[in-house]
Design a protein. Structure first.
Length: 203
């Protein structure tokens, strides 16, 4: 069994922020656009009608960020957040305007080139912020591709996940993680998927 050890000063900061009346954790969907059509998605109607014209501008986001002076954790989600060309600038805005210590980027892992660029530029310029890239995996190859409505989704996921492993050796403030949505579409494969995650991905 693996154990997580938290140093004392960091634990104090988390407790102090957690019991503050001001928000310390923000989940921010920066776009409704997505390049996959997941069977279990609750957001598909918004995705079908989404375009960049409906998104908050960077100036509007900067104004929002300025209000979060107690922020510890920011989760950037979508849609697929990396479909926004200025996804990096949004993360940089929160890193510069707030006391955030952790930023999680949720992604379907279909765009390894964009992930690599985001990680390199963010981690190098914000060594004080831990960046966790959280990739979705909902089954083994056939099941995952079927659920995601995206042929080749599983292979792209692996390519992106392995790329993050290489980047971790360079950036000490980088973490990688996975997320799985359990549904009737994959419930019979969950144990095999967990075995695969433990053995192949070493989460």
């Amino acid at each position: 069994m693996r154990q997580l050890y938290l140093n004392y000063s960091r634990a104090k900061n988390i407790i102090r922020q957690g019991f503050n009346q001001k928000p310390w954790y923000l989940i921010f969907a920066i776009t409704g656009r997505c390049n996959q059509r997941c069977k279990m998605c609750y957001y598909w109607q918004r995705i079908e009608n989404s375009n960049s014209a409906n998104e908050l501008t960077l100036d509007e986001i900067r104004l929002i960020a300025s209000q979060f002076d107690n922020l510890f954790q920011l989760t950037i989600s979508g849609g697929e957040p990396l479909l926004r060309e200025n996804c990096l600038e949004i993360a940089q805005t929160f890193a510069g305007e707030t006391p955030v210590q952790r930023i999680t980027l949720t992604s379907n892992g279909s765009m390894p080139v964009r992930v690599e660029k985001f990680v390199q530029l963010f981690c190098a310029s914000n060594p004080h912020v831990t960046l966790s890239v959280n990739l979705s995996i909902d089954g083994l190859k056939e099941t995952h591709d079927k659920i995601r409505g995206f042929p080749g989704a599983f292979d792209k996921f692996l390519e992106t996940f392995d790329l993050l492993g290489k980047l971790k050796s360079k950036y000490k403030n980088l973490e990688r993680a996975t997320a799985t949505t359990v549904s009737t579409a994959n419930q019979d494969e969950i144990i095999n998927l967990l075995d695969f995650i433990e053995k192949r991905l070493d989460i």
